[in-house]
Design a protein around this ligand. Sequence first.
Ligand SMILES: CC(C)(COP(=O)(O)OP(=O)(O)OC[C@H]1O[C@@H](n2cnc3c(N)ncnc32)[C@H](O)[C@@H]1OP(=O)(O)O)[C@@H](O)C(=O)NCCC(=O)NCCS
Length: 167
Amino acid sequence: MRLPPYDNFPTIYDEKLTLRQIQYSDLKDIIEISFYDSVQAKTMIQVTEMQNKIHQDYLYGSSIHWGIADKLTGKIIGTCGYYRGLCNGEGELGCILLPQYRGQGFMTSALSLAIEFGINNMGLKRIWASTTKQNNNAIKLLERLGFVKMVDLDFNEVEYELRQSIY
Ligand SMILES: CC(C)(COP(=O)(O)OP(=O)(O)OC[C@H]1O[C@@H](n2cnc3c(N)ncnc32)[C@H](O)[C@@H]1OP(=O)(O)O)[C@@H](O)C(=O)NCCC(=O)NCCS
């Protein structure tokens, strides 16, 4: 099991996307999708503070948060990562796309990269995600990637998981 932090922040890619570390110069592009620990940052100051917290958590080994860059432009179009459970060989997967990039397959590609990295490099045995029952796009995304519904949670949420054996 090789958990964060790494000597070099892991950059992974396919033919259309790169998952990479978010730079301060990216932050203006992602204000609208800057959520962390269920809190939304709404100003540049808040987004910068959030980015500092994200980096501290990465250095502490409790999470890894990638910016999803469109290879054509280099711009960040969304984020994804593992936010909890790493010390137990598990990872809570989270993700969000800027609205104008939804419905084009970007997140399916990004999460395929993150899942492959989580299993083969981080040694995760279980990856899970939770969302509200009405979040059809997230549920379709998770099912497309092979996640199965595990349990209904409080607050109208549902948990999905992917086990290494079925990946
Ligand atoms: C959840 C979320 C990331 C899903 O985004 P998405 O755009 O539906 O997912 P993808 O980028 O993988 O795109 C898949 C869609 O693009 C379509 N598509 C179009 N061209 C495509 C292509 N070349 N390749 C693959 N899919 C393509 C697919 O058919 C699919 O649409 P469908 O679900 O209507 O069948 C997005 O709704 C979001 O950011 N929501 C807010 C945050 C959130 O809810 N996060 C989830 C927490 S678990």
